[in-house]
Design a protein around this ligand. Sequence first.
Ligand code: C2E
Ligand code: CA
Ligand code: CA
Length: 579
Amino acid sequence: MTDDHMLAPVSAALTDATKAAILDSILDGLVTIDESGAIVDFNSTAEAIFGHERSVVIGRSVEELLVPPELRPAHVDGLRRYLMEGSPHIIGRRTETEAVRADGQRFPIEITLIETDREGRRLFTGVLRDISDRRQLERDLINIAYFDPLTGLANRALLLRYITDAMEASRAYTLAVIDIDRFFNIRNSFGHVFAEELLQGLAQGLAMHLGPADRLARIGNQVFALMFDGVLPTDAVERRMEALSATVRSAITRSGSPVFLTASIGVAPVSEQHEHADDILRDAEIATSKAKDGGGNRFVCFTSAMHSRLIDQVRIEHNLRQALECEDQLWVAYQPIVELVTGHLAGFEALVRWQHPERGNIPPSDFITIAEETGLIVSLGKWVLERACRQLMEWQDIREPGWAPLFMSVNLSPRQLDESCCIDEVRAILKRTGVEPTWLKMEITESAVMNKAEESIVLLQELKRLGVRLSIDDFGTGYSSLSYLHKFPVDSLKVDRSFVIALHQSEENRAIVRIIVDLARLLGFDVVAEGIETAADANLLRALACDYGQGYFYSKPVTPKAAEALVRGRLPWLDRSDY
Ligand code: C2E
Ligand code: CA
Ligand code: CA
């Protein structure tokens, strides 16, 4: 709003009545005072804004009526200086300040002062408006942009501002990122409301740890960040983290019932390497995910080695995405699985291979975990499954008539099981390729099954209903008790390589494997031993009545072409004298 053009005609040759009418129709409050500060004009908008009637205010001192007490000296002083020195800076400039209403309530206003001349008298008009709504809106916007509505804590954006402020002021601080372990399970089991109450309680509990210059924020669903003032010595960090963990462990619901919670905490002190607020937050989050990878319920301090590993991971992830798109870098190797008694070929395990144009052969151990973390395993797994099924169809056709059909073992990542469309996709691939469901064996690791025992059972049952066979991979490395296994709809146990190695070490180890085989038989499972590297391994396992064997003694995972020769019946291990 420019005020000069509005008031110029007013002060010119208009009649007083016209002036009053114009002044009253203006949406801004207009308060005119003389050199002594006495009010000479007060339009109806000003009446509405201040709650004073014009007739009451005329002639009274503006600062006593409308200016908050502590602003009065500045107001009087400003006017006096202007009158004496003519310093123009207060005239014509829009400023924001506070005013007082008739009921004593203070409120923000925006005001522009104009000097006018009326019959030789110097008058000053304040053109003003109540900006309470605008202020409220600003506050609301700030709240939306910077605060978490659930806990009232600062959000990620505000935390980043705190960090930036600290950096600009060269203030040292330490950042801790606190991620509540398995919170997803809590939400799923106890519901949304319960989870939210828990988070509110946690926010309060964590706030108790704040020193005067510390900050707390909620930066993710179940993730909090604490910014401690100063860089703390290791033992002090340990004490504080232990105290934070204890708070998390002692969380209770609003109704007072305890819940067992743990947290993964990552700690990063600020250093010269941190140029932006994001950098330190990233470091603390890397340390948090390390704590999580280690099984949670712990804290980890960031080290620069963690960062280089992350850069490697990001590179691999990027390359793997490309590989999945162009497909010519990925291929599937097949490792024969042999019937131990006869030495005949029973099936294959499909194992993905990645031949990178520059980096050469990248082993699955270097990329499967990353693919699982990033979810790329879902498309990778699907691709391998389709490939392996197509391959199996070709091989069943060239197999000698009268031989039992081959089976194909394909690894299934727990991430794939999480996908709701997993079952549909397996069904579609079977249909597209013509593979009989019973020829397909899906391998899922023991630890994956046990980590989410209840959910896994349901999903595995659905797979089972398709007619697909299921196998527990790496059996013996997890914590599953044999007696628990009957709950799972599996057909097969794949005994981990470590057992095969241990076989030769003691009679006791052999007894363990014998028990596994006997119990598996009792439960109706077949047993596959993996990692058979010598004839001695093979003979021992056969003696223990293990059904199938797989390992370098028979064959490494080979190209489809080499595998085809095996399918055609040329089995080199049968020619070995020690077999
Ligand atoms: P795994 O499922 O336990 O596969 C067996 C691994 O042991 C394979 O390693 C295989 O080459 C190796 N192996 C076989 N016989 C012997 C032996 O006699 N001695 C020794 N020392 N090792 C043997 P690979 O191919 O490097 O795969 C490693 C892991 O990567 C697999 O372990 C599996 O967990 C994962 N993986 C491979 N392909 C896929 C896939 O397509 N999908 C998923 N989800 N995971 C895969
Ligand atoms: Ca496997
Ligand atoms: Ca295995």
